[in-house]
Write a protein that binds this ligand. Structure first.
Ligand SMILES: [Zn+2]
Length: 623
């Protein structure tokens, strides 16, 4: 296999072609609806992905917020390109040793899913021929671009997709690697390194969804497949490995299909609605009523190959169903899973008879209230089944949260860029590059070295800070005077261990101020290091502030004096033990005290108090 990455990182420098803030909002003050149609270009050819999308006949609804402007609605030409965004892209290019272009020419790239009000995305090539060196391996960086982010998808309902304009126009740096990545683990490492380099510019947006990856995977004998819009870096490895496994299965299926001389007849679907009128449950319930039809097609030689082979999760049946779903159906039913879904063996026999099927033949059924849509779905399914006989189709796939992917649309054609005539070209002057070169930010390795040096941290801790995107918080808290080791432990160990919130709740993100208060409480001895996780959990659980969280965690009200008193009580109760065994009494008594104070007082403090009390008792004359 081989793989390449495309990383998209949002910048925190305002929008690219207007003066709106680059912030997401839940406030919606206006909405409008548009449709897109596919038109031929100068060569009269219609882009295959555009045609595919247009055939779905969707309406696109756009939600505008209080700060949305006419540029975002495509009612006003774009303003000049954001200069700070361009500087940031140039800085990043220089960090990768790439050669900036002489002149920026903004282009329009056709986008077919309605996510841009214009129907295109503005994009500009900024630099070429960079290189990334990582663990002794070299990856080429053919291109670095600056582009505008698309609108944010809010919901999808039958026939309509809703987007919000807040994300549209946020500047993105797009960086692509060559196809030199040889494994899923390598893909993850390269993505992490590029992420750290992007953050080195210190002008990137943070948080989930602000960096997105497209992963291109091809296998020998297979085809290039693009898994588009991965937001969770840790899943990259899994997407790559599962895609390789999927292509391998499809290639095995092709062999079996070719051996059987399998084919999909080029014929219109057959209406078998009448056979399903008696079905009393499942997807076919209601057939023949209210215009609900059942249509089917024949797949010669496909029998037994549609369900998943033992030990795999992928199956051809699901691939076919994805194509039915892409035109708005709930799915399909194929002969390998029948009888079932309320369909009896008798009905299956009738269908096979009507379709004149032999033993090795399969069939696919769909049901829908629109005969037209059902027929379109089956045309797509037939197309996909034919592609199975040829092998692995090139396509764009959506990443799913569980590590699987799902067909979204064919790979777009190459001819989908044309110049943006509203924005004049921008020359990149030598002076500009000199100025940027003179103030290049630290590369991740330089940052690691400096943090280790100035804060006395181990390389492993420093690495986790740099690659975990924790440097900003770390430096802010360390600069406020908190102990570096304590800050690192809080950010690397304690915060990530906070249990994730219940479904739908926003992730727990304590403010810098709260983290500072928590560290101060630890440093002042109000809580022990071991007490930090329960206090964080209490904050995540809704405690309004740090003192309340300490209370809720049951860690408050145990002062240094309380500790001294407790130690005194415990030692007095065991005075004989101390007198007969001396210092050897320390361990069992330490255990007794810690059981009482764990999380409330630091272990070292307890140990010191106990040693002092034991020494006092031993020095005192016995009566
Ligand atoms: Zn705007």
């Amino acid at each position: 296999m081989k793989a390449g990455l495309e990383v998209h990182q949002q910048l925190a420098v305002g929008k690219l072609f207007c003066g709106c803030p680059a912030e997401l909002t839940e406030e919606v003050s206006d909405a409008f609806t548009r449709t897109l149609r596919a038109a031929g270009g100068e060569s009269r050819a219609v882009d295959i992905a555009a045609a595919h999308q247009a055939s779905r006949g969707l309406a696109y609804r756009y939600e505008a917020g209080p700060s949305s402007c006419l540029v975002e609605m495509d009612e006003e030409p774009p303003h000049p390109l954001n200069d700070t965004a361009l500087d940031t892209a140039l800085i990043f290019s220089l960090l990768l040793g790439a050669r900036p272009v002489d002149e920026i020419q903004v282009m329009r790239k056709i986008v077919v899913d309605g996510s841009n009000t214009t129907g295109f995305q503005r994009t500009a090539l900024v630099a070429v021929n960079g290189e990334l060196e990582l663990a002794g391996r070299r990856y080429t960086i053919p291109t670095i671009c600056l582009e505008e982010d698309a609108a944010r998808k809010i919901r999808e309902s039958p026939g309509e997709v809703t987007y919000r304009l807040d994300r549209l126009g946020i500047p993105l740096i797009e960086v692509a690697t060559g196809p030199e990545i040889a494994s899923g683990a390598e893909a993850r490492e390269v993505a992490e390194e590029l992420g750290a380099l992007l953050r080195a510019t210190r002008r990137v947006r943070r948080g989930i969804g602000t960096i997105r990856e497209d992963v291109n995977v091809s296998t020998e004998g297979g085809h290039r497949v693009e898994v588009k819009g991965v937001q969770e870096l840790r899943l990259i490895q899994e997407y790559v490995e599962r895609e390789v496994a999927r292509q391998k299965l499809l290639l095995e299926l092709r062999e079996a299909l070719v051996r059987r001389n399998a084919s999909v007849p080029d014929e219109p679907p057959t209406d078998v609605t009448d056979l399903f009128r008696s079905v009393a449950s499942g997807p076919f319930f209601g057939a023949g009523k209210g215009g609900q039809v059942v249509l089917g097609i024949r797949l010669r030689g496909f029998s037994g190959l549609l369900r998943s082979p033992p030990g795999t999760e992928e199956r051809l049946g699901r691939e076919l169903a994805d194509h039915a779903r892409a035109v708005g159906l709930r799915g399909l039913v194929h002969s390998d899973e029948l009888p079932g879904y309320g369909v009896t063996a008798e009905i299956v026999g009738e269908v096979r008879k009507q379709f004149s099927l032999g033993e090795p033949d399969a069939f696919v059924l769909v049901t829908d209230r629109s005969r037209e849509r059902a027929a379109l779905a089956l045309a797509r399914v037939a197309e996909r089944a034919r592609a199975a006989v040829a092998g692995v189709p090139g396509e764009t796939r959506d990443p799913l949260p569980d590590g699987r992917t799902r067909f979204s649309r064919p790979l777009p054609g190459r001819d989908r860029m044309y110049p943006e005539t509203d924005i004049p070209p921008i020359p990149i002057t030598a002076e500009r590059l000199d100025r940027l070169r003179a103030t290049l930010p630290e590369r991740p390795q330089e940052l690691e070295a400096r943090l280790a040096r100035t804060h006395g941290l181990t390389p492993e801790v420093v690495r986790q800070l740099v690659y975990g995107d924790l440097v900003g918080n770390f430096e802010a808290l360390a600069a406020a005077g908190h102990a570096p080791g304590l800050v690192a432990r809080l950010l690397i160990q304690d915060l990530p261990a906070v249990p994730p919130p219940a479904d739908g709740a926003p992730p727990f993100e304590p403010s810098l101020e709260q983290l500072g208060e928590l560290l101060a409480a630890t440093e002042a001895g109000r809580i022990a290091k071991e007490g930090v996780p329960p206090v964080l959990a209490a904050l995540a659980g809704g405690a309004p502030d740090v003192p309340a969280a300490i209370d809720r965690a049951g860690l408050s009200g145990f002062s240094r004096d309380d500790l001294v008193a407790l130690v005194h009580r415990v030692v007095e109760a065991n005075v004989e033990l101390v007198r007969t065994r001396g210092e050897a009494a320390f361990s069992p008594l330490m255990g007794d005290v810690m059981r009482e104070v764990r999380g409330r007082r630091d272990g070292r403090e307890v140990s010191e108090a106990l040693h002092a009390e034991i020494a006092r008792v031993r020095a005192a004359p016995s009566d």
